[in-house]
Design a protein around this ligand. Structure first.
Ligand SMILES: NC(=O)c1ccc[n+]([C@@H]2O[C@H](COP(=O)([O-])OP(=O)(O)OC[C@H]3O[C@@H](n4cnc5c(N)ncnc54)[C@H](O)[C@@H]3O)[C@@H](O)[C@H]2O)c1
Length: 271
């Protein structure tokens, strides 16, 4: 934990990590409060947001509330260790973290006798999906009673309370990567069905369309393999955590084979 630094502005809310999630969170929270500060280590992001009129910088000021939206668990840990907690702040982790992170933080807090409240409030933001953006979607929150109370007291000005679902910290941190691993699995099923169909000259899209007319069936699309920033990363988190699992391991293998299959098909068709 850093000691109080002279010259840093004392803002009430600081958002750390201004990427996809953090920059939109900064913009949305700014609509309701003017004491929000954004922190990132990337100068390009800082100059863009600053040119748009947002209050940003590369040092973490003393605040009452910290929202962490960096990409990886290691970065979350690095950021937490830099926070000045002399005024008993509320720390909200919106990043997706590895299971066990909450426990590690609690042990570190106890060992160092630090004072702060902390909740896990993993984001479910879906790019290009205005109906599931920053504050207009169901979200899960986990922490101890007092931390949850403080967090809800903060978020109630930004989102309807019925969208916030309280659970334990362990479930909150596991639910997010598990949701993404589950989606990974569903897409891998579609990829496997598509490869099997095409081997036998069957049109996968026609089959999928026919199957999906059933009310409780939803076969996903199979496109170019599972890419993007979150699904592969979070599926790896689950695969490593439940290292005896069969199904996620298979899904990862199927997706790998499917990507090679798509590449081969493109080479043959000259695309
Ligand atoms: N992008 C999505 O669609 C999405 C959806 C749901 C959840 N998430 C999760 O939210 C988290 C953030 O995702 P993202 O897509 O916004 O990531 P991102 O990579 O776009 O942004 C992360 C930002 O953190 C900054 N950063 C890294 N280390 C830092 C440090 N020490 N101090 C300050 N800033 C630092 C980076 O410069 C970057 O701008 C991840 O855990 C991700 O899995 C993302």
């Amino acid at each position: 934990m850093k000691q109080k630094k002279e010259g840093l502005v004392n803002n009430k809310v600081t958002i750390i990590g201004l990427g996809e999630i953090g920059s939109d969170t900064l913009k949305e929270t700014n609509k309701k409060r003017k004491d929000v500060f954004g922190v990132d280590i990337n100068p390009k992001i800082l100059s863009k947001l600053s040119s748009e009129g947002y209050n940003v910088g590369n040092e973490i000021p003393i605040s009452d509330v910290y929202i962490i939206a960096v990409y990886l668990t290691e970065q979350v840990m690095e950021v937490i260790k830099k926070i000045n907690c002399t005024n008993n702040p509320l720390i909200v982790i919106e990043s997706t973290v590895e299971p066990g992170t909450y426990k590690t933080i609690q042990e570190w807090k106890k060992k160092n006798n630090y004072r702060f409240d902390i909740v896990l409030f993993p984001h479910r933001f879906n790019p290009q999906d205005k109906e599931h953006h920053i504050f207009n979607l169901n979200r899960v929150i986990g922490g101890d009673k007092l931390s949850i109370k403080r967090a809800i007291n903060f978020y109630k000005y930004f989102m309807p309370l019925n969208l916030i679902h309280v659970t334990t910290p362990e479930i909150a941190e596991l639910s997010k990567p598990m949701e993404n691993a589950y989606r990974f699995l569903e897409i891998a099923i579609a990829e496997e069905i598509k490869m099997l169909c095409e081997e036998k000259g069957i049109d996968f899209n026609k089959l999928r369309k026919a199957m999906n007319t059933k009310w409780n069936i939803n076969v996903k699309e199979a496109k170019n393999g599972i890419n993007g920033k979150c699904l592969p990363k979070d599926t790896d988190i689950i695969n490593n955590f439940f290292d005896e699992n069969k199904i996620i391991k298979n899904a990862i293998e199927i997706d790998k084979r499917y990507k090679e299959y798509v590449k081969k098909k493109k080479n043959v068709s000259g695309e």
